[in-house]
Design a protein around this ligand. Structure first.
Ligand SMILES: Cc1cc2nc3c(=O)[nH]c(=O)nc-3n(C[C@H](O)[C@H](O)[C@H](O)COP(=O)(O)OP(=O)(O)OC[C@H]3O[C@@H](n4cnc5c(N)ncnc54)[C@H](O)[C@@H]3O)c2cc1C
Length: 299
């Protein structure tokens, strides 16, 4: 294992919009910044963002590639690696990624989250094109479409009512391994939302989605899917650190500058509580960087 003795001012874990924006701000204070990223990530999977100021339409991949070029331009060190463990002792963080250990007084965790989705054939063909997982991101694209909402909790039921109110009158709810209470089923009927039960097996169609086949062989016709099966945080390297989380013990709580309950550890994007959108994560990154720089100046 190689220990890099000269500490950085700040180490950023994850090159999503939050981590990249923080890196740009810190580098423009001439700080020594190390950006560690394993590649991939949620933002790269977004085929098209239409709600990011300054871009009428941009793919997530392009947004991240532009951000990486900006970060390189300002001299940030970028390493492609997986962060395995974060520790802290004597006021200094140690960031472990085989075979290296890097140290800094400040760390920004912006490693995001991923969808928990059932195994569905042809998912990659339609993911982010007509199979969606985020209403704030892609709900608008379902406007006027024949929509299948699938999920495994009451959250999916609430989403079905919301989608009908905002985007389309043609909503079918597929409850997967979840029994919708009778009184709620009655409300769904009154709102003309068709209720089905079962497990999705395959998305049907070549260029355009035209339906979903269930494991029992039945088909449901649809032009768009909104899925709600929850998320997994990319936070295993934070295990062992006593961080305050929300009431479900899930998302990490932060203050107005995005600092967690552990002094010097800032948390952005999908890892922290609050709404997760690219432009929001970028704003959080800028805020965290400005705060870290003030502390480095001892102001
Ligand atoms: C299909 C889809 C469509 C979307 N559409 C929109 C949209 O239209 N508008 C919008 O605002 N938002 C959209 N989003 C959401 C948006 O991409 C994210 O919510 C937002 O950018 C915040 O992401 P993040 O920075 O938390 O994480 P990410 O963008 O996921 O970045 C995290 C980075 O950390 C890296 N990483 C993870 N673990 C480690 C580790 N242990 N070591 C090193 N690196 C690690 C990942 O590889 C990744 O590069 C969409 C998301 C998806 C999936």
């Amino acid at each position: 294992m190689h220990s890099h003795n000269l500490p950085y001012d700040c180490i950023i874990i994850g090159a999503g919009p939050g981590g990249l924006q923080a890196a740009i701000h810190l580098a423009r204070y001439n700080r020594r910044v190390l950006l560690l990223d394993r590649g991939g990530g949620r933002t790269r999977h977004a085929s098209e963002l239409e709600n990011y100021l300054g871009h009428e339409r941009i793919s997530g991949r392009r947004l991240i590639d532009i951000g990486l070029a900006q970060v390189r331009h300002f001299g940030v060190s970028i390493k492609k690696t997986v962060v395995r463990k974060l520790g802290k002792s004597a006021g200094l963080f140690s960031v472990r990624c085989k075979p290296d250990v890097y140290t800094a007084p400040y760390v920004i965790a912006s490693s995001g989250a991923g969808e928990s989705l059932p195994q569905i054939k042809n998912l990659s063909r339609f993911f982010s094109k007509s199979f969606y997982t985020c209403v704030d991101c892609d709900g608008f694209r379902t406007t006027g479409k024949q929509l299948l909402l699938m999920g495994n909790s009451m959250h999916a039921v609430r989403l079905a009512f919301a989608m009908r109110q905002m985007y389309t009158k043609d909503v079918t709810l597929l409850a997967c391994g979840y029994r919708v209470p009778d009184d709620v089923a009655q409300l769904l009927r009154e709102d003309s939302i068709t209720l089905r039960t079962g497990e999705p097996a395959e998305l049907l169609g070549r260029e355009y989605l035209n339906g979903v086949r269930l494991k029992d062989g039945t088909m449901i016709a649809c032009q768009a899917v909104m899925a709600s099966f929850g998320m997994r945080l990319h936070d295993s390297y934070l295990s062992g650190l006593e961080l305050q989380r929300d009431q479900d013990g899930f998302k990490i709580l932060v203050n107005a500058d995005n600092e967690s309950s552990l002094d010097g550890l800032y948390v952005l994007g999908a890892l922290r509580q609050g709404h997760s959108q690219a432009i929001i994560a970028a704003g959080q990154g800028a805020t965290a960087a400005i705060d870290i720089n003030r502390r480095l100046l001892d102001l």
